[in-house]
Write a protein that binds this ligand. Structure first.
Ligand SMILES: *Cc1c(COP(=O)(O)O)cnc(C)c1O
Length: 344
């Protein structure tokens, strides 16, 4: 009963098998491997973007920071949600790689077009003395398990375009959002106005790979230079390519995301049935709910693993409601969900 994170789970066996297959003989290094050609072709096909520039890095932080650096200048500011991973969970790597700063769009989990417009209008009013407006970064699935609809994405990108600003999508859970919306990757990205995507793999069954996709080919060379300078160009790159190739073969990425979302929905239904409070409406593979402290204590004692959200289990008020985050990865089973719900 492990709901701590979708990076706590194992690597999908199909990925491990492809890694073993790739572990034969010799291959060109630094991204010139044949598997990378397969990955690039497939990503271009999936996104209906024959000219897209496609790169692999090993962490989501690297994907975000290097993509944003390529889309911005050091004197600019990146607009994002106050709970964005780039703001809260990357130890200032985006600021380090971009040299820019982040401007938090007032509000909660999801950015709204009005709040974004207000934040953009608030910058660049001080001429040479102030930050210049830079990229907008949207997280899909959000850090609170919400999914922006296509209309919402289009509206946010529309505001960015009013000011001629590029749009980055942090898609650490890209596949979970895509299957939740049941749309095409093109609809969720460039057709809505997104310029670059961090296309996650690790949280959805890979060992450690994220793709960065630019729909504007002219960004390609700068990204390559930044990736190398940032120490994120892997020499034995075929092992990154092999993971992503496996991810895209036979729609493993979609199958895995569907499993995670379906099991999360099963968990959410069970929680609803016992009257649990949700902090956010679960839409993909994450649930934020609150239970009394005694319930958490008993669940933990019985072996359930998950994080409390912004509070601690220690304390004496047994009835105090404490929020927690429950994440379902591709490998969680219906049995584990049912076991957890029975305990609850
Ligand atoms: C997990 C996650 C990332 C990537 O994190 P790394 O630990 O650097 O791989 C990026 N964005 C979001 C929203 C995430 O949840």
């Amino acid at each position: 009963m492990h709901f701590a994170s979708d990076n706590s789970g194992p690597i999908h066996p199909e990925v491990l098998a492809t890694l073993a297959e790739a572990n034969q003989g010799y291959e060109m290094a630094y991204g010139a491997d044949t598997l990378m050609n397969e990955v690039r072709d497939r990503i271009r096909g999936i996104f209906e973007a024959p000219g897209a520039a496609v790169y692999l890095v090993a962490t989501g932080t690297a994907a975000n920071a290097l993509a944003l650096a390529t889309l911005s200048k050091p004197w600019e500011t990146v607009f994002c949600s106050p709970v964005a991973h780039i703001h809260e969970d990357e130890c200032n790597a985006p600021e380090f790689y971009t040299g820019a700063k982040l401007t938090l769009v007032p509000g909660g989990d999801k950015m709204t077009p009005n709040a974004l417009r207000g934040a953009i209008e608030g910058e660049e009013t001080r001429g040479v003395h102030g930050p210049q407006r830079g990229p907008v970064s949207i997280t899909q699935v959000t850090e609170r398990g919400s999914v922006y609809s296509l209309d919402e994405l289009q509206a946010l990108c529309g505001v960015a375009k009013e000011f001629n600003l590029p749009v980055h999508m942090d898609g650490a859970r890209f596949a979970n959002a895509l299957v939740a919306l049941n749309c095409s990757p093109a609809q969720m990205t460039w057709k809505a106005g997104v310029d670059a995507v961090s296309f996650g793999g690790t949280k959805n069954g890979l060992m450690g790979v994220e793709a960065v996709v630019f729909f504007d080919e002219s960004k390609a060379w700068e990204f390559e230079l930044r990736r190398k300078r940032g120490a994120h160009l892997f020499s034995k790159h075929r092992y990154l390519s092999a993971q992503f190739a496996a991810y895209l073969r036979d729609d493993l990425w979609l199958r895995s995301a569907r499993m995670a979302n379906a099991n999360c929905a099963r968990l959410a239904d069970g929680l609803r049935a016992v009257g649990a409070d949700f902090l956010y409406e679960p839409q993909a593979n994450m649930i934020f709910a609150s239970f009394p402290r005694r319930v958490h204590r008993n669940l933990h004692r019985a072996g359930a693993v998950y994080h409390l959200w912004g509070s601690a289990l220690e304390g004496t008020d047994e009835e105090e409601m404490l929020a927690c985050r429950l994440v379902c990865d591709w490998s969680i089973t219906e049995d584990q969900i049912d076991q957890f719900l029975a305990l609850l």
